[in-house]
Design a protein around this ligand. Sequence first.
Ligand code: ADP
Ligand code: MG
Length: 264
Amino acid sequence: MTVTEERTATATRPMVRAEGVTKRYGPVEVLKGIDLTVAPGEVTCLLGPSGSGKSTFLRCINHLERIDGGQLWVDGELVGYRRHGDKLYELKAREVARRRRDIGMVFQRFNLFPHMTALANVVEAPVRVLGTPRERARAEAARLLERVGLADKAGSYPGQLSGGQQQRVAIARALAMHPKLMLFDEPTSALDPELVGDVLDVMKGLAADGMTMVVVTHEMGFAREVADNVAFLDGGVVVESGTPAEVLGDPKHERTRAFLDKVL
Ligand code: ADP
Ligand code: MG
């Protein structure tokens, strides 16, 4: 490849590409052929009723589930496999761990270490996993807490923070690993309504800074304002995808319309 070709390939390589991804739990096929492309720097919101497979799909992207069929790439690398010539080999646990470092995930429940301060929660992974010198990790953690609006809470324990504050610490903790992709699974669903806005504002800031994000959410305002693409899932497939104006403003499928009628 020439340098120009290589640049073009990098510039156009999707951050996530799913082609016909299937996943079953025992006899039940939960993902029935997911097709989705997320370009670098873009925000994709996944919408859909409970049980449609949104969390399962995020878990597949993050190497937490093995897919049964189709193909799934993150940043050009097949999830779960390494290609050698025309053969595929399953990744070893160490290689899976290495790739997962590049993906940040934020869950509905914040899962902070309860016995550690906000700062220590953010410092932990870079020091342990990346080998970042503790002083440098602390300085960066302080900057990240400032970025999520919690500079003054560095010394607080999770139990002393509101749900929204804990979720913002969780976001800072994920960012401390310098992920190239951030996955959010209903990050505001467990929060009291008055705490949702601060978390969404942090996510908007991340989007504005160019972070590639896949966000499962029921916050239609966020999807409309921030998403480059919206995908509506139902029954383990992407029923409809496009810009927020297309999917939210002018849905083509009856199932999308019925869902939006309920949540809007
Ligand atoms: P969503 O996030 O859209 O609500 P999920 O991905 O959590 O949907 O779940 C999709 C379907 O898969 C549901 O019917 C759920 O019960 C089932 N499911 C999810 N995880 C498991 C599991 N570990 N074992 C068996 N079934 C599961
Ligand atoms: Mg879910």
